[in-house]
Design a protein around this ligand. Structure first.
Ligand code: IPM
Ligand code: MG
Length: 407
């Protein structure tokens, strides 16, 4: 059976969380992810492309071609606007997120990002770091819910560093809070203390409403998957986590059909490599989600395969591979473009409501893998080693030949 790449099968078309909708027979308050746009009539969409740095431009150009091909097959139009972000923007304009980039992103229907960062800017002051541009973009678009699926494809089970019996069949989703916590908390800074010693400090802070809204996204996600949600925190030590746990338990009352469990983050990190199949949906704060999603990605064989979607209550979503800019292989045609192609698929599904087109992309990726094509990160003996461009061309061939099962 062909593995599906992600399982948040909502019918929605633009993802929106609406607190006011009550859909329960028990009168519980329910956040619904609802459909704002019909995908049936002819449509035209604007996509902001943010290639960024390192391998970003290489992988985004592959995904753009794949998007164009599926849109023409599915009969809708895409208009792309390419804007600078990260190091590329620093070099061009002196800031990592120019105002023009943020407004273009806000005005578009969805945003596809490559990656940001590189050695050249590593020693910049914080406000001039490429990473700051990405955080400003997430904050500016208010995309608080970051969905990071990690699925072990049967085709790639040998690429996992875990034993086959441990990795095989893993299919989990990390729901990471993306616009709060220690990444954004104040006070923060670098100071010299009373002993004349340098100190750096940050604040892990969550308000109840921030926990409630990400918890609702996570419960909705779990409902559409296998109905299990594990909330990861450090409630044995951190006050912010104590509140997190309390609020998640409160929201759980609205979702009697979801089986909720809690896990401390250190244990979760261990369980992910010990027995990852125990997880269905994981919900966690910004920093734990950052760390655990990288860990989860390696179960699947390569971080070069994993897409992500960042969504807010309204407005365009931000879609990006979870890997970084990989400056060591940038410009060498070695990058794996599949995580970005799969992010483009999430863009079609969650951002534009073009679910059939998304399926076409997912099937094309599986078909390309089935035909034996592999970039270096997922290569094993006997298969066909290809570069980024050739992988992109093979995906296009698969799009042309593979007609997806009806949605
Ligand atoms: C990610 C990245 C970013 C993060 C960096 C580049 C700021 O690691 O998207 O996981 O920490 O969120
Ligand atoms: Mg990360």
């Amino acid at each position: 059976m062909a593995a599906t790449l992600h399982h948040l099968h909502c019918k929605p078309y633009k993802f929106q969380l609406s607190k006011s909708i009550s859909s329960s027979t028990r009168g519980r308050k329910c956040t619904e992810i609802r459909c704002l746009a019909s995908a049936s009539s002819f449509k035209s969409y604007t996509i902001t492309l943010l290639p960024g740095d390192g391998i970003g431009p290489e992988v985004v150009s592959i995904a753009k071609n794949a998007l164009l091909r599926v849109s023409s097959l599915e009969g809708f139009e895409l208009e792309f606007k390419e804007m600078p972000i990260g190091g590329a923007a620093l070099d061009l304009t002196g800031v990592p997120l120019p105002e023009e980039t943020l407004s273009a992103a806000k005005e578009s229907d969805a945003v596809l990002l490559g990656a940001i960062g590189g050695y050249k800017w590593d020693n910049n002051e914080k406000h001039l770091k490429p990473e700051t541009g990405l955080l400003q973009l997430r904050e500016g678009l208010k995309v608080f819910a970051n969905l990071r699926p990690a699925t072990v494809l049967p085709q790639l089970v040998d690429a996992s560093t875990l034993k086959k019996e441990v990795a095989e069949g893993v299919d989990l989703m990390v729901v990471r809070e993306l616009t709060g916590g220690i990444y954004f908390g104040k006070p923060r800074g670098l100071i010299t203390n009373e002993n004349g010693e340098e100190c750096g400090f940050n604040t892990e802070v969550y308000a109840a409403h921030e926990i409630d809204r990400i918890a609702r996204v996570a419960f909705e996600t779990a409902l559409k998957r296998r109905g299990k949600l594990c909330s990861v925190d450090k409630a044995n030590v951190l006050e912010a986590s104590m509140l997190w746990r309390r609020r998640v338990e409160k929201i759980a009352l609205e979702y009697p059909d979801v089986e909720l469990s809690h896990m401390y983050v250190d244990n979760a990190a261990m369980q992910l490599v010990r027995n990852p199949k125990q997880f269905d949906t994981i919900v966690t704060n910004n920093i734990f989600g950052d760390i655990l999603s990288d860990e989860a990605s390696m179960i699947t064989g390569s971080i070069g395969m994993l897409p992500s979607a960042s969504l807010g209550e309204s407005g365009p979503g931000l879609f990006e591979p979870i890997h970084g800019s990989a400056p060591d292989i940038a410009g060498q045609d070695k990058a794996n473009p599949l995580a970005t192609v799969l992010s483009a698929s999430m863009l079609l599904k969650y951002g534009l409501g073009q679910e059939k087109a998304a399926k076409r992309l997912d099937s094309a990726v599986l078909d390309t893998l089935n035909r034996g094509f592999r970039t270096g990160d997922i290569y094993s003996v006997g298969l066909k080693l290809v570069g980024c461009k050739e992988m992109g061309e093979e995906v296009l061939k698969s799009i042309d030949h593979k007609v997806p099962a009806s949605v």
